[in-house]
Each structure stands twice: as C-alpha cells, then as structure tokens.
Design a protein around this ligand. Structure first.
Ligand SMILES: *[C@@H]1O[C@H](CO)[C@@H](O)[C@H](O)[C@H]1NC(C)=O
Ligand SMILES: *[C@@H]1O[C@H](CO)[C@@H](O)[C@H](O)[C@H]1NC(C)=O
Ligand SMILES: *[C@@H]1O[C@H](CO)[C@@H](O)[C@H](O)[C@H]1NC(C)=O
Length: 977
C-alpha cells in the first residue's frame, strides 16, 4: 500500500476577534510574508528542519483602496503563534494536538521571535500558524506551514554504527528491509564521510545535493543531514536504501598545501557511513533501520574521487537498479560492510545537525528575492530561481576556434562542473581539463591556444570517464568541483554533443542589488557576486580552483559585510563561527584557517579578526543577539590573547604573518606591525560594541579604557611628524590610522587626510593598497571629505585598480582576482582569478554610495547617500529580515536638483540625510511626492504629512538636511542653490 497523500485539514479555530477600526484596504488579503523558521525561508525550503524554533516574518504592504499607494508608518501591534504537533505530514487519519497558542501577544517585534512554549520533541512533525495585527486596525490572515525537528540528543539517539571497509574502496552501500504496515512518518539521519548521496527504492532523494555534509574539524564535529523519505517508501513491502559515498575533504589530500605546526589531525580515507531511518508505523509503533554489518557494499563506478584532482569514473560499472529491491549483480564484488571507527576521535566530539543550507547544483543553488522577481516570490516552488540574473547558474559552453583539443568557454568564471553529452564506443575514454585562462596565441610559435592552467599549481582539475557506448551518454563528475571558465575535452573518435556547465555553491538567496550610472562599478559588483558564490562551499573558501579552497579567516573577515548585503547567508556564517570556535585553544588563540588545515597557529591578527567581525556583522544584518551571546566569551578570549601578546612586544613590534597582504606589485608595503595593530584595535572596538549589545557595563568600561591607552600607543609608535603621517606614509598606513576612532589627534587629522589624498594624487589617482588597506581606504576617503576621490579611485581601469581586472590585454575578468597584478605582464602568473578578499569595496557601495547604514535594527535606520558628480544615479535594494530597504538617487541636468526614492521597512523609523549638491550649496526646498514639505523661506517645518516626523538641518554634516520618517515609500525632490 502506498501511503496516502492529502492536503492537511486546517485544524485551527477561526479567530472571531473584533477588528475595531477599518481603513479602506482589503484586510482579507493581508498575511505575514517571507516566514523564516530558524532562519530557513519557508518560500524557498520545502522540508524545514529546526534546531531552534525562532520565527521571523514580514508585515504585508497595505494600500489605499482608492489609489493603490502604500500606507506609511505601518507596524505590527500584536501577533499570534500556534504550534500543533502532528504524527504525520501525509496521513489524513491522525490526531493533531495544539501544544502552544501564544494568544494575542502585544508586540511590534516580528523578527527572531523565540517560541517559548513546551519543549519541542526530537524528530517530530509540527505545524505552525502565524497571524498579526496591524497598527491600521487590519488583521492578517493566518499563514501556516510545516516543519520538523532535528535530533535533540544525536549522540544518544543516533545509535547506528559507522560502516565501511578497510579492504576495498567501498563507496556504494545498500540495504533491503521489510515494512510490515502503513507509514505515518519516516526520517533519515545520515552522515557520509566525506560526502553521501541518498537513494531510496531507486530514486535519488534530492538530486541537487551531492556535497553533504559540510567540511568541519571532523575529529571534533561531524554534521549530519536529514531527509523526510515517507513518500519514497512502500508500506507492507520490501524497500531498499542505497548511499553513494565520496571522499570530499575527508581525505589526506586536504593537507597537500602545507605542514602546519602543531600538525593537525589527519582524517580518512576510507569513506564511511552513519545512517539511521526512524519510521513510525500506522499502529504508532516505531521501527529503525541502521547502518550495520548487514549492509552490502562495493566499489562503484567511482574509481577515484578527489575534490582537488577530479574523478576517474568507469560508467561500465554503473548499476542502474542498485538501490532498488531485488537487485542482483553477478559482476561486482559486493561484500558485507564492516563497522569502522567514528571520525569523532576527540573525547568531546559531537554530531551536529547541518542547519546551514546544503551545497547545491545550479539551477537549484540560488533564489532571488530582489525586485527582479518580487512579484510571485512567495508562490515560487522551492528550488526554482526567479528572474534571469546570473543565467540561473547554468551555462551552455561555447566551442572556441583555434584549439587543438576541443575547448569550450563558459564565459563566466564559476566553481562547478560540466555535464557532457557524447556518443562513442564502449571502453573509450573521455577526459576533461579545466582552466581560468587561455594561452596567448601566436607567442613562441604556439599555433593553438589551449588552456593556461599555471595558476592551478599542483592541481590537475581533470575528470576521466570510461564510457559505456550507449547513444547520447551523459557524463557527470560526481564528488568534485573545479574553479574555471574554460574546459577542454579529450575525446578522440567520440562525438561531443553538448557541454553544459553548472555553478555549485551553498544554497542562498540574492537579497541585494546595486547598480549605478558607472559601468565600471556595475562590473565590479558583478565580479563581487560571482567571487562570493564561487567561495561559499559550506565554509567560506579563499579560492575555488587550486589546492587551497580552505577556510582562510582573513578572506572571510574582509568580505562578510559585502556578502551579507548581497546574499542571505545566516546559516553559513553561523556554522563558520562554530568552526572557528572549534579550533580555538584554551588561551584564546585561533589559527589562520577554520577548519585548521594550513597556515599558522596562531593566526595573523588580521586573519583571526574574522571571529569578532563576523559575530558583529551577523548582529547588524540579522538583529540576532543570540549569536553575540554564544560567541562573546570566545571573542573576548581572542582579544585578551592579543592583549597579552601586545603587552610583551609593544605595538611597535606587534607580531604578524602577512601584513597588508597582496599589496600591488611595484608598490611599497606598509609596516606589518602597524597593520596587525590596526586589526587588534578594531577587535577591541568590536568588543566594546558587543559589550554594549549585551549591556555588559564592566566590559564596556574595561575595553574602553584599554582602547584609549592603545589609541595613544598607536599614535606615539607609528606617527612620523616629518611626513604628517604614519609609518612611511603609504596609503595603507594613513588609511588604517584614520579608520580607527580617536587614534589621529583632532589637530593632526586634516594634515593626515591631506597626506593620504596627496599620495593618491601622486599615484595618478590609484590605490596602492593590499587587502587590508583597500578595505579601509574607500570609507575613510568618503568620511574625510574626499568622496569624489574615492569614486575616482574606485572607477579607475588602469593598473592598479579593480577596473584593470576587466580592462587589460589578457582577459576581461568576470570575478575578482587574488591580486591586482594577477595578469600584469611580468607578475603573478600563478595567482587565482577568483578570490573574494577584495570584495570589501562592495560594502562601501551599499553603505556610502547608496547610504544604507544597516546597524542592527534597534535604532533609527540611517540612510545617508553620498553624492558625487562623478555618478548620475545609484540604485540599491537590500531585502532585510524586516523588509526591503530601497534607496535610489539621481542628479538632474539643471545641476540644482536631486531626486531620491527611499523605502523604509515596516516597524522601522529612518533618518534620511540629503547632502548638499556642492559643499557650499544651501537647500532651497524639499518636495515629497509632489508636495512641498520644506522651504528655506519658511521658518516653519512642515511635518503633518503622512510619515514625516521632522525635517531639520543636519547637526553633523554642513549644509545637509535631515528628515526623520516612518516606514513606507517616499519620493523626494531636493533643490539646492
Ligand atoms: C491616496 O489616498 C490616500 C487616502 O485617500 C491619501 O491620503 C493619499 O495622499 C493618496 N495618495 C496619492 C499618491 O494620491
Ligand atoms: C537590479 O536593479 C536593476 C536596476 O533597477 C534592475 O534592472 C535589475 O533587474 C535588478 N536586478 C535584480 C536581480 O533585482
Ligand atoms: C531587533 O531585536 C530587538 C530585540 O533584540 C527588538 O527589540 C527589535 O524590535 C528588533 N528590531 C526589529 C526591527 O525587528
């Protein structure tokens, strides 16, 4: 008997509450939007598994019925949350029990609402219902949906054995079993080391997932994943489960790049599996199927799989029905699996639910929440991309002329792989090679172009297939990914029918959009997005192609703010913070990489800076105080560790490993102790901010005092009065000193700023900064009154600049490079062309060019677009957990008018600052949606208009005007004279 699937019956009582006031909108259509449970968006996730029952939702747009314009100043006044326990998601005959009804909770908060009812039980199905009351008097419809819980105590509840083989490369395992009656629910919990793919009764349960679980310090923490398989099982019948295993990062190869000291643990191979199915039968008894020695395994078609080197795959060894009931195979050696030791060799080792989104294969890896797809967003089926940005991550590769070996261009540098469709004869081989670059033709007698894979260093990035010989055979490399733009296919006497390439990355949603009148800035933004997507692979990797792809903390620290403006990556960064905490020592020290696989133990201060930085940025972008609480002690231990090092050495000799890494070739490098001191002082600042968030008065006082001493020491140590600047006066030194609050004494500030600007001018308006200096340079210039200069530097297209990456003789970059000189004649040559550590400039696009000063949702949202005559317009959109922030501005031809469109999310107030069009200009008038709301000649400030709370000259910025508004959309026309 197949279990019956039916729509669940709504069991909630209809709410009969008086709706007191009635404005003219259609209340019945209001409902909570973009519901998130434990930060999983229900619109893009079919099967939601919850560790922490935290709910967030957006307040709906309410419109006047007469003219369809959106109301302003709307906020939630109350909500109601109901949780119902269910035995089954699918069976119509079941009892649902209301276990929690919050009643009408008077609260304006609709983000990070913690369910505070009775404890949810392990591996259990629930239904939620959320409804809210609006300040307009309207009542939303309730929305409901389902979720299930992860295991509360995996160590005790996952009693299965780890299985595998020490004799053969057992990477395909199967088990048949009988289910005696109907099924109410069936859940798989599994961890395949390094990667595991689940099949039930011949079906791949989730084909876009092939890279689970995520990379962790496997001796200490192994992630498990979960699938709801009730619909795949057959009641009163035999059933079969199969698992394909890959090695992933659970292999010696991950140590190929260095010899860290002390030597980290060495993991795997062989591959191994932990799996348990919990089934609730129709008589409410339970049955379990576990990985044990009754499972049969063999070496499957994968003869070799390696994330770095690629795969060797013999398609002749594929067995189509291997995970179906009744399968027999006289040709392969199937052996009983053996129990094999757990990867968790540490006594404190933990199995943890992989709450972050999995790595997925495009087109299932990216969702879009920006306006390109806003209509219909919530009705989109899970896993489907809206809008057409980014080609859905799937590219038909184009054959290139002038190649000896058939070579194809994806036209975008991606991390992913290609699927080949070919026809050939059985036993022949097809091999692929990949590269980010082509050789230059015609040089040194090179007749054919071919791939230039010098920057892969020791990595082959090759896949080899032995083919079956069936027509239109499809070849897919399974447990590997490559960072590439070009692919060569070696296939003599074989017809290559198509080469289709897919980007792979941790599943995410595009939540930000930045465009401007500058094509250079727009291309930088494009390259930022793709460098980020190529490097979210369960951890934040540094690059996508060579023998690294490791969790280098410095890279993650520099790009996190930009990444969170552009993408919804809550789970990924929360997991990354835990990976960092896992490798922190008792004395507070942290290594350069997490999981620790290469680099120094202890980290360079600018690298471990990731720990405080990511904690704080998650708070800023997600209003999540919990994450601050969880990592506060760890961050403090790291800051205290730095303090003990600095006390021993003084800032003058403060330790470092990398300094201002990747300073452009031909330019001098700033004093590395100054760079380390900058990161240390930044961390002390962050410690003060985090202490304020948690209202820890003792630590606010303690770290403020420490900071004041350090600010003096920094200045006294590094200031050089003969050059009016720091260290030797290079751009990085002055930018970093200016970035730190209160380091540069106020009487010296102007001359240091001028020294920085003069240095830029002396370099023909080019930056000469490495990764640390570049991140500071743009905000510092904009804040110091040199915003035009910042824009000039940002839009340069000659070396060294961002624009040079896509304006040079070799290749127009589609991702950010590792170095500014990667393709400069005579330099680089082995540098990565897909790195995200220079993505830091992207946060300046949002925070300065568009002016969105996102800072945690607990105060007024500051919107202060910086005007420059070098741009005609800027448009930015940020889909936050409170709703959309939209800011666009445009300079008009009359040279006196600036228009702004601004949308403030509901429940927030905002202070919008209009900067003068010229420093000396005075504001003449301000109109909103065509109505004059302020005029210079009128002493009275008009504030009766809907949504506007006050208008006044800005207290900080000369000649600027500031307006405080309620939530809603506004169209401003500001005139200057
Ligand atoms: C739309 O109608 C409302 C209510 O009548 C009014 O207050 C508002 O100004 C109107 N908006 C526009 C743009 O006409
Ligand atoms: C980004 O904004 C531009 C300009 O408004 C728009 O054309 C484009 O469709 C937007 N893209 C996305 C993905 O929202
Ligand atoms: C942010 O979270 C705090 C609680 O930590 C809450 O009071 C506040 O309302 C939240 N802000 C928004 C806009 O949801």
């Amino acid at each position: 008997m197949m279990i019956t699937i039916s729509c669940f019956v709504l069991t909630f009582y209809i709410l009969l509450l008086p709706s007191s006031i009635h404005v003219q909108q259609l209340c019945s259509s209001l409902r909570p939007r973009r519901v998130r449970i434990d930060h999983h968006d229900v619109d893009t996730h079919r099967d939601i598994v919850v560790e922490r029952p935290i709910f967030s939702w957006l307040i709906d747009d309410e419109k006047y019925s007469c003219n369809g314009t959106s109301l302003r100043g709307i906020h939630q006044i109350a909500y109601r949350l109901i949780i119902v326990k269910e035995v089954s998601f699918y069976s119509p005959i079941q009892k649902s029990v209301v276990i929690y009804d919050s009643g009408r909770v008077m609260s304006s908060v609709s983000t990070n609402v913690l369910y505070d009812g009775p404890d949810l039980t392990s591996d259990t199905r629930y239904k939620y219902s959320i409804q809210y009351w609006s300040s307009t008097g309207a009542i939303s419809e309730p929305v409901s949906g389902r979720f299930r819980t992860a295991l509360s105590n995996p160590k005790n509840e996952l009693t299965a054995n780890w299985i595998g083989s020490r004799h053969i490369n057992m990477n395909e395992l199967r088990r048949e079993f009988y289910i005696p009656q109907g099924i109410l629910s069936a859940t798989v919990f599994m961890s395949g080391m390094g990667y595991g793919i689940l099949y039930v009764n011949g079906v791949n349960v989730d084909p876009s997932r092939r890279f689970d679980p995520g990379w962790t310090t496997y001796t200490q923490r192994v992630l498990y994943v979960s699938y709801d398989i009730a619909q795949h099982l057959t009641a009163a019948s035999m059933n079969c489960i199969g698992v394909h295993l890959g090695l992933g990062f659970y292999t010696h190869e991950q140590w190929g790049g260095g010899t860290p000291s002390p030597a980290p643990e060495v993991f795997g191979p062989p591959p191994r599996l932990l799996l348990q199915v919990n089934i609730v039968l129709s008589d409410h008894t339970t049955m379990n199927i576990s990985s044990d020695t009754t499972w049969l395994g063999r070496e499957g078609a994968h003869r070799k799989d390696s994330v770095y080197m690629g795969t060797i795959y013999d398609t002749r060894a594929e067995r189509y029905n291997w995970s179906s009931v009744g399968f027999t195979d006289p040709y392969s050696l199937w052996l009983n699996a053996s129990t094999i030791e757990s990867p968790l060799t540490s006594p404190v080792g933990q199995l943890t639910y992989q709450s972050m989104d999995p790595i997925r294969i495009s087109p299932y890896a990216l969702h879009i929440a920006t306006s390109a797809s806003r209509t219909g967003y919530d009705s989109m089926p899970p896993g489907v991309i809206g809008g057409n940005i980014m080609n859905s991550g799937v590219f038909s590769a184009t054959p290139l002329a002038n190649q000896q070996v058939p070579t194809y261009d994806v036209s975008q540098n991606i991390a992913g792989y290609c699927t080949l469709t070919i026809t050939g004869r059985q036993g022949m081989t097809v091999s692929t090679r990949h590269a980010e670059l082509l050789n230059e033709p015609g040089i040194d007698g090179i007749k054919y172009q071919g791939l230039n894979a010098a920057n892969y260093q020791i990595i082959s990035a090759s896949d080899d297939f032995i083919i079956q010989g069936s027509p239109h055979e499809v070849l897919v490399p399974m447990f590997t990914y490559h960072g590439f733009r070009y692919i060569s296919v070696y296939a003599n006497y074989i017809n290559i029918e198509s080469v289709v390439c897919a980007a792979i990355h941790s599943e995410t949603t595009l939540t930000g959009n930045f465009t401007s009148s500058s094509l250079v800035l727009n291309q930088i933004q494009h390259n930022i997005l793709w460098s980020q997507l190529s490097n979210i692979m369960s951890i934040i990797t540094d690059c996508s192609q060579r023998q690294e792809r490791r969790g280098w903390l410095g890279d993650a620290a520099l790009s996190v703010d930009t990444a969170l403006f552009n993408f919804d990556l809550y789970g990924l960064y929360v997991n990354f913070l835990r990976n960092i905490a896992d490798v922190q020592h008792q004395d507070g020290s942290i290594p350069d990489t997490a999981p620790y696989s290469v680099g120094g133990y202890v980290a360079d201060p600018s690298w471990a800076h990731a720990y405080p930085e990511i904690t704080w940025r998650i708070y800023q972008h997600y209003n999540d105080t919990d994450i601050v609480k969880i990592h506060y002690a760890g961050v403090q231990a790291w800051v205290d560790y730095l303090t003990s090092r600095a006390r021993q050495s003084g800032l003058a000799n403060f330790y470092f490993a990398y300094g201002d890494w990747e300073t452009p070739a031909n330019y001098p490098v700033t004093n590395s102790s100054l760079v380390s001191a900058f990161s240390y002082l930044s961390d002390v600042q962050t410690m003060i901010i985090l202490s304020k968030i948690l209202n820890n008065q003792t630590n606010i006082a303690k770290y403020s005092k420490l900071y004041d001493q350090l600010a003096i020491e920094f200045h006294e140590t590094f200031y050089n009065s003969t050059i009016n600047g720091y260290a030797k006066g290079y751009q990085t030194a002055n930018a970093l000193a200016l970035k730190l609050p209160d380091v540069v004494p106020s009487n010296l500030r102007a001359s240091v700023v001028k020294a920085l600007a003069d240095n830029i001018a002396a370099n023909d308006n080019h930056l000469t900064t490495g990764i640390i200096g570049t991140a500071a340079l743009f905000p510092v210039l904009s804040d110091a009154g040199y915003h035009d200069l910042a824009v000039t530097v940002a839009t340069q297209t000659t070396y060294p600049s961002f624009g040079f990456m896509f304006n040079n003789d070799v290749q127009n970059a589609t991702t950010n490079w590792e170095t500014f000189h990667a393709l400069l004649k005579g330099f680089g040559g082995t540098d990565s062309l897909n790195h995200h550590m220079f993505n830091s400039i992207g946060a300046w696009f949002y925070r300065y060019l568009a002016g969105v000063q996102l800072n945690g949702f607990n105060e007024d949202l500051i919107i202060r677009p910086r005007l420059t005559r070098l741009l005609i317009n800027v448009e930015a959109e940020v889909q936050t957990i409170s709703g959309p922030i939209l800011v666009s501005w445009e300079l008009h031809d009359d040279d006196k008018t600036v228009t702004y469109d601004v949308t403030v999310p509901s429940s927030l107030h905002s202070i919008i600052t209009f900067e003068p069009i010229e420093p000396m200009a005075h504001c003449l008038s301000i109109e909103e949606s065509g109505i004059l709301v302020w005029h210079r000649s009128s002493p009275l400030v008009e504030t009766t208009l809907s949504g506007i709370i006050w208008i006044r000259p800005d207290s900080m910025v000369d000649n600027a005007m500031s307006i405080r508004v309620d939530s809603g959309s506004y169209h401003w026309k500001v005139r200057w004279h």
